[in-house]
Write a protein that binds this ligand. Structure first.
Ligand SMILES: [Zn+2]
Length: 372
């Protein structure tokens, strides 16, 4: 029982660390040396000391009483794939992901990444067969805010992001390093490549060549690494390979598509409202306080069934003043009698199950001048 348990736990760890260790192939002089065993290499990676590993005829005995199989195949089951995801993924209700571009990203010049960002969002959103979409947002609290690294990143790092949060949302920030490689001018296609890559991290993709990077982030938090079925041991064309800052956008690899379709299969209905954060005054896209509060709805499908769409708001303190299905937008205003003004906006479309609700709670902004 104990042996089985150990093998099982090693199997799990093996899937993570990979039992294939290409580095050990280079200077093999003696096959019998204990160090040369891929199994032993793996045990060392797990933190066991070489002096604690004894080889017997049938197994390795570690720390006196832990038995590990000598058969590498015992550890390789399931290990035929290398595209991998973090443990946290994006929940169904958060897969239409709003993306804001911070004012620290210039509107022109060498450091203007704005068009590359929107192109990269489209690359993901335009993939069919999955439920991930990125929509541009002017909301002050987008799901992902893209901004300057403010000199936080080293010269050899072009951009950085993180993995999905434990609340089921995409990682909330992408940093861009404007003085990458001593102010190298980055081509538009390279900007697009890097933004597609960072957005991929935000939704849970590890580097396709992630081995050796470990399971934890720099703060010691467990990221995890879960292999994605039907992807190969190496995929040179994957946009999620690490160490590729100078690459130019050349499309997703077919296995990238396999991977996103596996992690985020298509949903019958995939849309979501987003608006000002609860309990705050609403602001328009120019950051001016407004009385009409704009809620946007992202859709994965580009065909929006306008004729079958209706909008409702519950309660008496909010009223709908404008809707546009084609622009994916609904505006409400408070009726000026009850504060905070609360209600639930519901979008109903003809597609089965395609109902989206959004809780609204607005503070009193009536003393502000407003521009919308
Ligand atoms: Zn990366």
């Amino acid at each position: 029982m104990k042996i089985k348990k150990i093998i099982l736990s090693l199997l799990t760890l093996c899937m993570v660390f990979s039992c294939e260790d290409s580095e050990t192939d280079s200077n093999l002089s003696s096959k019998s040396a204990i160090h040369d065993s891929p199994v032993v290499q793996n045990l060392l990676k797990l933190g066991y000391k070489i002096e604690d590993i004894k080889e017997t005829e049938d197994f390795y005995l570690v720390q006196g009483d832990l038995i590990f199989s000598k058969n590498l195949n015992d550890y390789k089951k399931g290990e035929t794939n290398r595209h991998a995801s973090s443990n946290n993924l994006v929940s169904q209700q958060y897969r239409v992901i709003t993306v804001g571009i911070d004012s620290s990203i210039p509107q022109s010049g060498k450091n203007d990444w704005r068009s590359a960002i929107t192109s990269a969002m489209s690359k993901w959103s335009d993939l069919s067969g999955n439920s991930i979409a990125f929509v541009r947002s002017y909301d002050p609290n987008p799901d992902i805010l893209i901004k300057s690294d403010n000199n936080a990143l080293g010269s050899n790092v072009i951009a950085a992001a993180g993995f999905p949060l434990s609340n089921g949302k995409a990682f909330n920030e992408i940093l861009i390093n404007f003085d990458f490689y001593n102010n190298l001018t980055v081509s538009e296609n390279s900007k697009i490549y890097n933004m597609v890559h960072e957005l991929g991290h935000c939704i849970g993709f590890r580097h396709t060549n992630w081995e050796g990077e470990g399971l934890y982030d720099q703060y010691g938090n467990l990221i995890g690494a879960n292999y994605i079925p039907n992807t190969p041991s190496q995929d040179a064309n994957s946009v999620m390979n690490g160490g590729t800052a100078l690459n130019s956008w050349n499309g997703f690899s077919s296995y990238d598509v396999t991977a996103v379709n596996y992690l985020y299969p298509g949903l019958a209905c995939n849309s979501r409202l987003s608006g000002p954060a609860e309990g705050t005054c609403a602001y328009d896209r120019y950051n001016d306080p407004i009385r009409y509060n704009v809620y946007t709805i992202g859709t994965k499908q580009t065909v929006f069934d306008e004729s079958n769409t209706s909008w409702q708001v519950s309660g008496n303190s909010l009223e709908i003043v404008y809707t546009s299905s084609s622009a994916c937008e609904v505006r409400v205003k408070a009726n000026n009698t009850t504060w905070p003004a609360t209600g639930i906006i519901t979008k109903t479309s003809g597609a089965a199950g395609c109902i989206t609700t959004y809780n609204v709670s607005l503070g009193n902004c009536i003393n502000y001048s407003y521009s919308d």
